[in-house]
Design a protein around this ligand. Sequence first.
Ligand SMILES: [Zn+2]
Length: 298
Amino acid sequence: MSLEELKPGIYAWVQPDGTWWLNNAGAVAGDDGMLVVDTCATAARTMRFLDALPERPIRWAVNTHQHGDHTYGNSLLPVTTVLIGHERMREGLRVDPIIDGCPPFWQPVPDWGPVSRRLPDLTVTSDLTVHVGGRRVEVRHPGRTAHTPGDLIAWLPEERVLFAGDLVFAGLTPLVFMGSVTGALDAIDWLAALDPEVLVPGHGPVQTGDGIARVFDDHRRYYRHVLSVAAAGMVDGLTPLAAARRADLGEFAGWADAERLVLNLHRVYADSEGRDLDLVAALADATAWLGGPMRTAV
Ligand SMILES: [Zn+2]
């Protein structure tokens, strides 16, 4: 893992290889303090991230969404840090059972270490601007459910740096089973309209130049593929698992975490049937498709 200085005082914490539970985080330093974007899954990884940052009081932190790889380390932030999250993100983490012990859907089973559930102090339902020294950090919500119901991005309009959270997975299979496939597809257009110069995805390497448009296009094609596999599966009366087994991953076969196809199909089915997604059933199907637990190196 490494701290990359994207522009003076703007950092990405990049954790290869970006697969399950290995997220990216970030920080924006002003003269009088710093804003942190996300923490990490384990206490050890979060401490490594926080220790790598320049000496500056962490006055604010933003959680891009509720998932543990971005939030379980929250309790390692200084007590004086004002933690910001979307209202729905706060509720998601409040009831998240996985922080209390990870189920054996992943192998080796992750151990988070000494972390405790720390929820945002300040919640938003739309947008908020944080002034970090002279810098403007716009914290924005895509306006609908996308990766999750409570996604936020951190956008620096002057420096044109975008912390996209898990609205973007660069070179890995996107995951939207706790969100919406169509919402995530719309969110890509919303992000692209910002026209960033530097894109920090939630997972995978930082993107610049042509890489940004390419990553956005990858997401559009992948989400359309998921929607078409789901539509064909529903027409033929297949379960999400059966539809995934029949599907050709095609150009996406080389991406890590391919089993997320099963999870993403569960989401399309649940939404089209107007019911809640059964998380445990979806994760069990993903491991069935894979023939064993999902791999993690967290
Ligand atoms: Zn996530």
